[in-house]
Ligand binder design. Structure first.
Ligand code: NAD
Length: 551
């Protein structure tokens, strides 16, 4: 049965459809994830990351929304792979929903088995924040990418990316943040994407400055901007391999080199070279095996070109999309000579419980986020990098869907900020409640040996107890909704991760929940890194009072 795809948009304003704001906030956030301004392909319920969905299918989505409309304040909705499968009486301080998306028993946790089950309509790929309803468009990743580029600048170029050129590929849901993040960090930027529409979307949202007509024009312009020390970004319609081969052929070397094509999914994401996008799409349907074979060959060529540029001096890092693994499996023995971005740039922050904290104005009013921006600067203005980000975000970030803000805050900061916001809601300084959440890519919520937990000091990369403990702890603390997913960022079987979202509705109950959740949630990150032997995490635990148990 086909039906016209409905158009999704979260309700705005102060009157609510659901029993209370805790439930209403969830009702708005599911729909916000599918707002055409936010989602990559709303008709197929795909939010980002190739195939990350907000609900299993349209019927399941209707079921979730209907359940939320009737859910009582002491009930909890169960969501199994994007479909509501039950409602249970719990209590008012418990989560209003618990979600598990795409989890498979270890030996079955492969793309083949996942796709077989997906064909049968039994599972959904939730990515990280698609199936847990806290995706906020490209802004979420702009800040993470900015943190990463800025950290690379500090590590390799004496603190500044001015006059440096960053080359990458993939300008999709996440990768589209790269041009803006790089220019905010002072660099010039050049990226290929096979899909013209994706590049045009980034031009419309002002994340990208210019779409070049050819690879040669793109390279000329990017290197000219580098020479002028101009923070300027250039996109070009091309396969990543074509762009890198052209750069190699001209004997040029970028300063920074990475990639954000959807290489976590060799069938529905990554696009083989040597054919048009239309031909690739046709092959995907007609002969999936052949498609995957060609995609894996392309990934191998792609990583070989990256390695060649790395050997010529480009600072090269993997950006968490599983490209190295695919290339290694296709015969590139030295693919892992390219380091992952987490051990290089992010882990030191994880040791402090810092991670991608974010919040959304359920009112739909930009003024609410403007007030929270002021509050961040009042409370944390002494942190220069954070203040630079908030000021730049205010000017350069166009909201997508409900107005939202992200900034990395650490242990001891998150709960203080959320409590202060809860107070603003209580006093009526904000039009409606604020939703607080985070990416699953956070300090204590993910096991992902090719990304967040790559090369842990004690070798505990694949230990997945931590995200499970994280989810259980957040349920115990009374987050508004808590989720456990398989495969986000790197693909089925390669990661397990958990998320939480907590609503600041201005009530004393919300304040208690906020305090519990937003100490425990980053606290487990400090504990995880302290347990793995990171001295910085042990110091933070001592200084800020994270109880690591024992004597
Ligand atoms: P997406 O599917 O929205 O976009 C991927 C883009 O890559 C598309 O525009 C596609 O046209 C393009 N593409 C695919 N193959 C290509 C090729 N060979 N050459 C040039 N362009 C090609 O995915 P996304 O949400 O942007 O995520 C990108 C990748 O980054 C995913 O693998 C995702 O899992 C990973 N990711 C990383 C992080 C992180 O923190 N570093 C976070 C989330 C996701």
């Amino acid at each position: 049965m086909t039906r016209p795809a409905p158009s999704f948009r979260a309700p705005r304003g102060t009157s609510i459809t659901c029993a209370n704001w805790q439930i209403e906030a969830m009702y708005r956030m599911v729909q916000n994830n599918l707002d055409p301004e936010v989602a990559e392909d709303p008709a197929r319920l795909i939010v980002y990351g190739g195939s990350g969905q907000a609900a299993r299918n349209h019927e399941a989505l209707a079921g979730i929304l209907a359940t939320l409309r009737r859910l009582r304040p002491d009930e909890t909705m169960l969501v199994q792979s994007g479909k509501c499968v039950g409602v249970f009486r719990t209590h008012v301080d418990a989560p209003r929903a618990v979600l598990a998306n795409g989890n498979l028993v270890s030996d079955w946790s492969t793309w083949d088995e996942f796709r077989r089950l997906q064909e049968l309509g039994l599972v959904m790929y939730g990515q990280m924040t698609a199936g847990s309803w806290i995706y906020i468009g490209s802004q979420g990743i702009v800040q993470g990418t900015y943190e990463t580029f800025a950290a690379a600048g500090r590590a390799h170029f004496a603190g500044d990316l001015k006059g440096r050129l960053c080359v990458s590929a993939g300008l999709g849901g996440m990768g589209g943040a790269q041009p803006l993040a790089a220019t905010l960090a002072g660099a010039s930027f050049l990226a290929a994407d096979v899909d013209r529409e994706r590049i045009e979307k980034r031009l419309q949202t002002r994340y990208l400055d210019h779409l070049a007509g050819s690879i040669d024009e793109a390279i000329d312009l990017a290197w000219r901007k580098r020479a002028e020390k101009a923070a300027f970004s250039v996109g070009v319609v091309a396969n990543a391999t074509e762009l890198l081969d052209a750069i190699l052929a001209r004997g040029l070397v970028p300063d920074l080199l990475t990639d954000q094509t959807s290489a976590h999914d060799m069938l529905n994401g990554y696009v083989p070279d040597g054919m048009s996008l239309a031909a690739a799409r046709a092959l995907r349907g007609a002969d999936p095996k052949e498609y995957v074979r060609r995609a894996c060959d392309t990934a191998a060529r792609h990583v070989r070109a990256m390695r060649a540029l790395q050997d010529r001096g480009a600072i090269t890092f993997d950006y968490g999309n599983n490209l190295r693994t695919e290339a290694r499996d296709a015969g590139v023995a030295d693919a892992f000579r390219i380091p992952g971005f987490v051990p290089e740039y992010i882990r030191p922050q994880f040791c402090e419980g810092r991670g991608p904290f974010r919040w959304v104005a359920t009112s739909g009013e930009a003024a609410d986020i403007a007030r929270t921006d002021e509050l961040v600067l009042e409370m944390f203005g002494h942190d220069r990098s954070l203040a630079t980000w908030i000021r730049a975000a205010r000017e350069r970030i166009a909201f997508q869907g409900l107005p939202a803000r992200i900034c990395w805050l650490g242990y001891g900061e998150r709960h203080r900020f959320a409590l202060a916001v809860n107070e603003l809601v209580r006093k009526g300084e904000l039009a409606a409640p604020i939703v607080f959440g985070r990416d699953h890519l956070d300090c204590g919520s993910v096991a992902s040996p090719y990304r967040e937990t790559e090369a842990m000091a004690d070798g505990s990369d694949a230990v997945a107890d931590w995200p499970l403990l994280n989810a259980m702890l957040n349920v115990a603390c009374g987050a508004t909704w808590v989720s456990i997913h398989n495969g986000g960022g790197v693909g089925i079987g390669k990661s397990l991760h958990a998320g939480q979202v907590t609503v600041a509705d201005g009530s004393p109950d919300a304040a208690r929940r906020i305090e519990r959740v937003m100490l425990a949630d980053p606290g487990i990150g400090v504990a995880r890194h302290a347990d793995a032997g990171y001295e910085r995490a042990r110091e933070i635990a001592r200084e800020r009072g994270v109880d690591l148990g024992g004597a």
